[in-house]
Design a protein around this ligand. Sequence first.
Ligand code: SF4
Length: 396
Amino acid sequence: MKDLKHLIYFENLLMDADNDLVRAAQAEGRVCVGSVCYQIPEVLMNLGNCFTVRLRAPRTGSMEMGTYYLTSFLCEYSRALLERAIEGGYQFLDCLIAPDGCTMINRCVENMELLKMNDKEHFFYKYLEVPMKADNNGLNLYVGQCRSKILEPLHEKFGVDISDEALRKSVEDHNKICRIITELGNFRKEEKPRITGYEFHIITMCTYVCPQDLLLEKLEETLEEVKNRVPDEKWPYRARVAVVGSEVDDIDMIKLIEESGAYVCADRFCFGSLPGREEIILNDEEDVLTQICRHYMMSCMCPRHMDTPKMNRRREYVDEIAKEYKADGIIYEQMKFCDPWAYERMVGSHVLRDEYGYPVLTIDRPYAVGSSGQIRTRVQAFVESIEIKKIQGGRR
Ligand code: SF4
């Protein structure tokens, strides 16, 4: 297929945490709110003249200092972020909001605070307690935490309008981005998709790490381009896979899977679109903040939620998206030493294989995958096993 006109532009935006669009927004006096997890509702940080950047540590090399402070038993995402913070890579932020979604990321941000990683005068850190159960008590907790740890500090420190009207406007803007990403993502359901999983991942990731309004024009142009794109006659992949798991913000990860012969048709991972890029539908009866928090709490597929309905729902959801996006198999990936996903990967992979009948590959991986020969070999072997099953007329 012909390369997307803006692909290099999108790739370049992922080369640094403070990319060109972040710098452009800050040059206009806008406030940059850093966050580290899906469970800090984006729409509450894209309010008024604020915009949010979900932290990544592109081009991570050594993590020696991060490991010194956090030990080698904490996940590489948290160590890579701390390393980058020590290097001064997050000086551009105006505040940083973290959840207790997992203790590792919490400890990472606490260390940034203890080491005084940001010297802006008005800079503040906030830590949210996010629910472990998706029920009414959990929702009450979540609403209170979002109000006192996100909205009120943004209002007090930066004068941000946190009225219901402002929240509704933020949701409206968010939905515009979600509609484009969803439309682009729907092309992955085609028999010969006109967008690669890699391209889709790059574009989706940009929407998490850039001021979204500054990205809109290029996204709209890309959607039009993809609508008119003609896929190659000969499709270069041998199988379709859904990738499920924790943080994937390394641009090489999806590329590596696709180079190994598996088209990534569904992205159920942090920084992916399933969930994350579905519209938020508001009604006129209920308090807006409660509706936003309910949306995030119910749509979240993170193993941080430990109630039985949510645990079962996570596996049903993987089955649903695998069917919808026509996946031949599922790759469960987990960042090394990520506790929530270690548990989910182990149980989920068995359930999806034994109860739902999917071929499943499980991987524990470093933060920066690079050109890992080991992962490449495992994906290639997985693709072959799917092909053999198809030839033998296996269940899937
Ligand atoms: S795995 Fe869960 S806690 Fe960690 S970043 Fe993703 S959503 Fe947040």
